[in-house]
Structure formats: structure tokens, C-alpha cells
Design a protein around this ligand. Structure first.
Ligand SMILES: [Zn+2]
Length: 317
């Protein structure tokens, strides 16, 4: 007789939870509602849409390695939100999603990171991912974090800070939302206002990633990306059309969206393109280490026009 797939058994076991476990889960939900955890970066649609751009640009070798490292049925797009969904189970990991750089600083310095921020963690996870001798479980977790943290590093308010937890302490009204803050506006508010769901956002990202200007995005590294985020954060803190800084109690809407939605969209498109480069390089087969991956030539070589992805993989609504 054919055995049931193991995943089904797991599901069944979870359903047969004791009253105690149910109570504990309910308590966790209740606590979650009463005291929401810190904002951990772009919302779900943003991560998923940016990852679709990256996924469409993977080399066949990187694509195969991703399939091998992730669980059956888990796509790279699914993996992109794993770090947020599991942050409570990984003590201390909340700091890995951002770096607080004072908004008046000219640029990021390692002193901002103190060895435990999105910059240092991204480098560490990238090393583990590229290490073929590392255990599969470690590389699997590294892959999930690399995807997520490349994207978080592109969120301007995961970098720029005015001693207000990256805008989390700036309480605002954004359109009809009276109970939001500047950080949340950037994580999800702007994108929710601008795009009708993940597919529409992904379409916008694919359009940007196809423009000739996108070819310049692949220069530089993590520190350059956070410096771009810092620059964008300086504008994010401003009342549009004036030099005034946003303060708690203010109301923002259409004007703020017009000034900042294009920035948020571009940041996500950049994250997607750069993520594909990182994955293609880290997951290159050893025998090809000496030559560049086929569609990511070294400086000086010409770059072929990227193939547009088939419509079917551009979003799931
Ligand atoms: Zn995050």
C-alpha cells in the first residue's frame, strides 16, 4: 500500500493538538494583537513581487540549486517572507533586518552596524549559501535570509533613522488610516495605495527592471545599497514640497504618495535585480567558478537584453 506523503501526516498531527496547545496558541495570538512586534520590513506583497523579478533572472544552475535547498513545494517567492514569519522563533534576529544610520550622516559606517545588522548578516548568510560544504539546513536558512535581507536593505526606513526606530515612532494619518506610522507607510501603506495587489506591483517591477537604466543597478555592493536607502530616507522624512520634517500627528496623502511611491517601487525593482546577481554568483557550480555566469558579464563586456518572463509567472494575484 502506498504511504501517505509525510507532509500530510504532519498536518494531521497538528490538527490533533491538545487543549493546552490550543490555549497557548490562542494566547500567543492575543498577545500578538495587544502588542504587535517591531515592523520587520517590507510587507508580504513587496517581498514576493521583488523576488519574482529575481526568480525570472536566475541561471538554470542557480534555479536547480534553489530547488534542491528549499523544501518540496516551497518556491523562492515563498521563501522571501520566511524570515519575518519565523522571527519570533529566532531570538535576537529582529536586528538582522535593518541598520540604524543617523539621517544626518553622510553615509553608512561599520560603527552603525556594531557587527549585528542587515549589512553584516547579509554578508554572513551569503558566505554560508555559497559554501558547498556547509550542511544543507544551514544553507537553506541562509538562502531564505539572503532573499529577505537583500530586500529589507532596500527599504529606506530600514536604514535612515532619527532616533525614532526608523520612523516607527512617527504616528501619522496616511489617507484614511489614522493609526499608522512613517515606517509602516513605507513597509506597505504606499504600495497598498499604489498597486492593486502583488501581481500589479510585480508588473511594475518587471517594467522597471527591463529599462536600460537598470543595467547600472548591478554595480556596487551591500554598503552602496544601504547608502542609497539612507539618501531616500532623507526625502521620506520630508513633507513634500517643503523642507519641513514630518512629525507625529501630521496627515499625509496624495502629495506624499506622488513624491515617494516611485522611490519605493524602484527600490524593490533594484532589490530584485541585485538579488538575482547574488544568487547566480553564490549558487554557481564549482566547475564554472573561473568564468562569469552567462548573463552577468564582468565590466567591459556587453550585456545581453534580459528575456522577459512568461506572463504566467509574473504574479499570483
Ligand atoms: Zn524583514
Amino acid at each position: 500500500m502506498m504511504g501517505r506523503p509525510p507532509r500530510r501526516d504532519v498536518t494531521f498531527a497538528r490538527r490533533a493538538t491538545s487543549a493546552w496547545a490550543f490555549g497557548a496558541a490562542l494566547a500567543a495570538v492575543t498577545i500578538g494583537l495587544a502588542a504587535p512586534g517591531p515592523a520587520l520590513g517590507w510587507g508580504r506583497n513587496a517581498h514576493r513581487a521583488a523576488t519574482r523579478v529575481a526568480e525570472s533572472r536566475l541561471t538554470p544552475e542557480a534555479r536547480a540549486a534553489v530547488r534542491e535547498l528549499l523544501e518540496p513545494g516551497e518556491s523562492l517567492v515563498d521563501a522571501s517572507t520566511w524570515a519575518d514569519e519565523n522571527s519570533r522563533n529566532i531570538p535576537g534576529s529582529a536586528n538582522w533586518h535593518f541598520v540604524n544610520v543617523p539621517i544626518a550622516s553622510p553615509r553608512y559606517t561599520p560603527a552603525d552596524c556594531r557587527g549585528n545588522c542587515v549589512v553584516s548578516r547579509l554578508e554572513e548568510f551569503r558566505r554560508i549559501l555559497a559554501d558547498r560544504n556547509a550542511p544543507r539546513a544551514r544553507r537553506q536558512m541562509a538562502l531564505r535570509y539572503v532573499v529577505h535581507l537583500v530586500e529589507d536593505a532596500h527599504q529606506p526606513l530600514h536604514v535612515g533613522d532619527r532616533r525614532d526606530r526608523g520612523g516607527n515612532n512617527v504616528q501619522l494619518t496616511f489617507f484614511r488610516d489614522d493609526f499608522t506610522n512613517l515606517h509602516q507607510v513605507w513597509d506597505s501603506g504606499l504600495l497598498r495605495e499604489g498597486y492593486r495587489g502583488e501581481r500589479a506591483l510585480a508588473d511594475a517591477l518587471f517594467d522597471l527592471a527591463r529599462l536600460p537604466a537598470a543595467r547600472d543597478w548591478t554595480k556596487g555592493g551591500v554598503e552602496d545599497w544601504v547608502n542609497e536607502s539612507l539618501e531616500a530616507a532623507r526625502q521620506a522624512y520630508k513633507v513634500p514640497g517643503s523642507g519641513e520634517t514630518l512629525r507625529s500627528g501630521m496627515r499625509i496623502g496624495r502629495e506624499y504618495e506622488e513624491a515617494n511611491l516611485p522611490v519605493a517601487t524602484r527600490r524593490l525593482a533594484q532589490a530584485g535585480v541585485r538579488l538575482s546577481e547574488i544568487l547566480n554568483e553564490a549558487l554557481m557550480p564549482p566547475r564554472k567558478n573561473a568564468v562569469p555566469a552567462p548573463h552577468f558579464p564582468r565590466p567591459g563586456q556587453s550585456r545581453p537584453v534580459p528575456t522577459p518572463p512568461p506572463a504566467g509567472i509574473r504574479g499570483n494575484g
